[in-house]
Design a protein around this ligand. Structure first.
Ligand SMILES: [Zn+2]
Ligand SMILES: [Zn+2]
Length: 236
């Protein structure tokens, strides 16, 4: 079994463990993910939301000033859940760098909650593909795990119409121009797994949106009619 599949299985099996809060290790009465105190301190984004990045929008237009500056994006609209700060940042670090896979369950539930509130329709869900070398080093792709939990709860099919095609230097060290250059052609549609209809693309963190843009474009190239981009954390 592939490490990602094994970890997805662990997340599902952990539904039956004595539940503890992955943020503070407190024992939980039910298996809802986080304890009430931690859940109440999550840095949720508050409306009005920007249609184009899902972040908070204090501007006078439907899309935020940052998205106006970035120019048109390939997705139809974007949703996001939390700010990349405090407990939000802590949880994503626990998941990505400390291998706390139970955080994926929390994030998957949060995505499903948001999705249900939005009441949208999509035909399939895509997890942002990680670079194979990076997920091999980590043992799993955290977005795969989040997407598996989300799909289980929403009964949506997970599809894999795109793949990473080039090793990309770590995005965090690059500025926006360099990121865009770096990501051009970083994803390609898979010839044997076309997409169709409206597709939801999930990623953990959206910063400049460059990765989301490149992957969305590849999903459209794979045959999808429309992409909805969803990130758990919106970093600005
Ligand atoms: Zn807690
Ligand atoms: Zn925006």
């Amino acid at each position: 079994m592939k490490p990602a599949a094994l970890n997805a299985l662990k997340v599902i099996i952990s539904e039956f463990d004595a539940p503890i809060c992955p943020a503070c290790d407190e024992e939980l009465a039910d298996n809802d993910g986080l304890c009430k105190r931690c859940r109440d301190s999550l840095p949720f984004l508050t409306p009005p939301f920007c249609r184009d990045c899902g972040g908070e929008n204090y501007g006078i237009l439907e899309i935020c000033p940052e998205c106006v500056a970035r120019g048109p994006s390939p997705w139809a609209c974007a949703l996001s859940i939390m700010k990349m700060e405090n407990l939000g940042r802590e949880l994503v670090h626990k998941l990505k760098y400390a291998g706390e896979t139970s955080v994926a369950k929390v994030f998957g539930h949060l995505c499903a909650d948001k999705w249900k509130r939005e009441g949208m329709h999509v035909d399939g869900v895509v997890a942002m593909p990680a670079h194979p070398v990076r997920s091999l080093a980590r043992g799993f792709n955290q977005v795969d795990l989040i997407t598996a939990v989300f799909a289980k709860e929403t009964h949506l099919p997970v599809i894999r119409p795109i793949r990473r095609v080039r090793a990309t230097p770590r995005q965090a060290r690059l500025n926006r121009e360099a990121r865009l250059r770096n990501l051009k052609n970083a994803f390609a549609p898979k010839r044997r797994a076309p997409a169709s209809g409206r597709i939801l693309l999930i990623d953990d963190v959206m910063t400049t949106g460059a990765t989301m843009m490149a992957a969305s474009q590849a999903i459209l190239d794979a045959g999808a009619r429309e992409v909805v981009a969803m990130s758990i954390l919106r970093a600005v």
